[in-house]
Ligand binder design. Structure first.
Ligand code: ADP
Ligand code: ADP
Ligand code: MG
Length: 473
C-alpha cells in the first residue's frame, strides 16, 4: 500500500479521498489555489502545496506543477478525483514517466474512452448495443446532414470530446440541422478544443442508468450494480439512486455483462462507469444502449457504497497499488436503497444560475449510522464549513446528501427529513428545490426519466412551487 498520496483536486471529492486515506493510514498531500488557501480540503490533508492562481487553468489544471508538488513531497501516487485532470491521458502518462502511480486506468484506456465517437466504434466491435447514430470520422456538413436525415428526427448532436452536459443540441427537423451543427461545433471548439461531433437518435423520455465497474491489474473486471441518474437539469445530474427502480434481475445481469464487456475491451483497471441510455417499454422491459464510459470515480459513487457496504476509494487505492479486486462478482450484493441529492450554490428559479457568497449559516443534518456496520443512514460529503466563501471559480456543487434505507420509501423519507434539517444562509441554494422534486408525484412514485423536471415544472418553480410545498407539510 502507498505511504503517501497527493490529491489533485479540491472541494468535497478531495475531502472524501482524504478521509479514506486517513482511515487506511496513508498520508495525504493537498494542492490548493489562491482562492482555496483556507479551504476545508487543505485542512483535511497532512501536507499542503500552493500551486497557483484561483482560475482552474492557473492551478488545478497546471499538471506540471502538480507533478512537481508530488515529487517534492515524496508522494507515491496521485488521486485525480473527478473533473480537472481525472480524464487527461497526458497527465496520466506523465505520472508514469516520473515513477508516480496515477490512481486510475492506463493512458490508453483513457484515450480509448475519452472521445465518444472513438469509444462507440470500440463498443460496436465488442458487441455492446449502441443508440442508432453516426460516429464516423468524416465531418463534412453535407454528410452529417444526410446521416441525420437517415437516422430520423429528432436527433441529438454531441461534441465527441464533450462532458458535463456541454455541447449537446437536440434537432427537431432537417431545416434546423445546419444551424444546430454550427452552434455545437462552436461550443465544442471553445470548451474542448475539438470540433468533432457525432449524431444520435434522440431517445424520447429516456432513463439514464449507469453501471459501476472495477478492473484490476490481474485482468479481472466486476460490476457493482447500477445507479439511476435520470433526474437531470440541462443534461446534468441532480438526484441519483441505487438500485434503479423497476430493474429486474435478468435486465441487471444483461446490462452488467455489457458493462463488464465494455471495460474488458479496453483492458480497464480501477474505477469506471459505463453509462447507458434506456428506453422503458410499456411491458416493463427495457432497451438499453451504450452512451459513454467515464474513466474515473463519479460524483454519485456514494449511493453504490451505501448499497454494497464498500468503500470505493479504498478499492481504488488497493487496485492502484497492485492488489487484486477485493471481491468477486458472486460475493457482491445489494442491500436496501440509497439516494443522493446534489446541493448546489445556484438559483433554480433563474435557470439554475450559479451563485456565490459567504455561508453565514451552514447547519447540516446529523450523520447517522445504524442498521449495519458499514453504510450510514444519513451521510454528508461536503467541501465547505460555516463561514466559508463560495467563489465563482469552481463547480457550484458544495455538498452531497446521501441517505440509505431498507426500502426506497424509507430512503425518501430520510432524504426529506435531512433536507429539512439543512439550513444555509448567505447565498441561494437548491435545497428547497430538491425537496419539491423528491415530493413530486413523478419522483415519489419512481416515474423516472430525463424529462421529470420539465414535466413537474408547475410544482417546482416560481410561486406555484412555494404553495405546493406549504400545502404538503
Ligand atoms: P458525474 O457527475 O457523472 O461524475 P459529470 O459529467 O457531471 O459526471 O462530471 C463531474 C464533474 O466533472 C463535474 O464537476 C463536471 O463539471 C466535470 N466535468 C466532466 N467532464 C468534463 C469535461 N470534459 N471538461 C470539464 N469538466 C468536466
Ligand atoms: P456527457 O459527457 O455530457 O455526460 P452524455 O453522452 O453522457 O454526455 O449525455 C448526457 C445526458 O444527455 C444523458 O444523461 C441523457 O440525459 C442525455 N442524452 C444523451 N444521449 C441521449 C440521446 N441519444 N437521447 C436522449 N437523451 C440523451
Ligand atoms: Mg455522461
Amino acid at each position: 500500500m502507498f505511504k503517501k498520496i497527493l490529491i489533485a483536486n479540491r472541494g468535497e471529492i478531495a475531502c472524501r479521498v482524504a478521509a479514506t486515506a486517513r482511515r487506511m493510514g496513508v498520508r495525504t498531500v493537498a494542492v490548493y489555489s489562491d482562492a482555496d488557501a483556507h479551504s476545508k480540503h487543505v485542512v483535511a490533508c497532512d501536507e499542503k502545496v500552493h500551486i497557483g492562481g484561483s482560475a482552474p487553468r492557473d492551478s488545478y489544471l497546471q499538471w506540471k506543477r502538480i507533478l512537481d508538488a508530488a515529487i517534492q513531497t515524496r508522494a507515491d501516487a496521485i488521486h485525480p478525483g473527478y473533473g480537472f485532470l481525472s480524464e487527461n491521458e497526458e497527465f496520466a502518462q506523465a505520472c508514469g514517466d516520473v515513477g508516480l502511480v496515477f490512481i486510475g486506468p492506463s493512458p490508453a484506456a483513457i484515450r480509448a474512452m475519452g472521445l465518444k465517437a472513438e469509444s462507440k466504434r470500440l463498443m460496436q466491435e465488442a458487441g455492446v448495443p449502441l443508440v442508432p447514430g453516426y460516429h464516423g470520422a468524416d465531418q463534412t456538413p453535407s454528410l452529417l446532414q444526410r446521416e441525420a436525415d437517415r437516422i430520423g428526427y429528432p436527433v441529438l448532436i454531441k461534441a465527441s470530446a464533450g462532458g458535463g452536459g456541454k455541447g449537446m443540441r437536440a434537432v427537431q427537423s432537417p431545416e434546423d440541422f445546419p444551424s444546430a451543427l454550427a452552434s455545437c461545433q462552436r461550443e465544442a471548439t471553445s470548451s474542448f478544443g475539438n470540433a468533432a461531433v457525432l449524431i444520435e437518435k434522440y431517445v424520447q423520455r429516456p432513463r439514464h442508468i449507469e453501471f459501476q465497474v472495477f478492473g484490476d491489474m490481474q485482468g479481472h473486471v466486476v460490476h457493482l450494480f447500477e445507479r439511476d441518474c435520470s433526474v437531470q437539469r440541462r443534461h446534468q445530474k441532480v438526484l441519483e439512486e441505487a438500485p434503479a427502480p423497476a430493474m429486474t434481475e435478468s435486465m441487471r445481469q444483461e446490462m452488467g455483462a455489457a458493462a463488464v464487456a465494455a471495460a474488458k475491451a479496453v483492458g480497464y483497471v480501477g474505477a469506471g462507469t459505463v453509462e447507458f441510455i434506456v428506453e422503458q417499454r410499456d411491458d416493463a422491459t427495457m432497451d438499453f444502449f451504450f452512451m459513454e464510459m467515464n474513466t474515473r470515480l463519479q460524483v454519485e459513487h456514494p449511493v453504490t457504497e451505501a448499497i454494497t457496504g464498500l468503500d470505493l476509494v479504498e478499492w481504488q487505492l488497493r487496485i492502484a497499488s497492485g492488489e487484486p479486486l477485493p471481491l468477486l462478482q458472486n460475493q457482491l450484493h445489494i442491500e436496501g436503497h440509497a439516494i443522493e441529492a446534489r446541493i448546489c450554490a445556484e438559483t433554480p428559479d433563474n435557470q439554475f444560475l450559479p451563485s456565490t457568497g459567504t455561508l453565514h449559516v451552514y447547519r447540516k443534518p446529523r450523520a447517522t449510522s445504524f442498521e449495519r456496520a458499514v453504510g450510514d443512514a444519513v451521510r454528508i460529503d461536503d467541501g465547505v464549513r460555516e463561514g466559508d466563501t463560495v467563489t465563482p471559480y469552481y463547480d457550484s456543487m458544495i455538498a452531497k446528501l446521501i441517505v440509505h434505507g431498507t426500502t426506497r420509501d424509507q430512503a425518501l423519507a430520510r432524504l426529506d427529513a435531512a433536507l429539512v434539517a439543512t439550513h444555509i444562509v448567505g447565498l441561494p441554494t437548491n435545497v428547497q428545490f430538491l425537496r419539491r422534486v423528491i415530493r413530486s408525484d413523478s419522483f415519489s412514485h419512481a416515474h423516472l426519466d430525463t424529462a421529470l423536471i420539465e414535466r413537474e415544472r408547475p410544482v417546482l418553480f416560481g410561486r406555484g412551487a412555494t404553495l405546493a410545498l406549504r400545502n404538503n407539510r
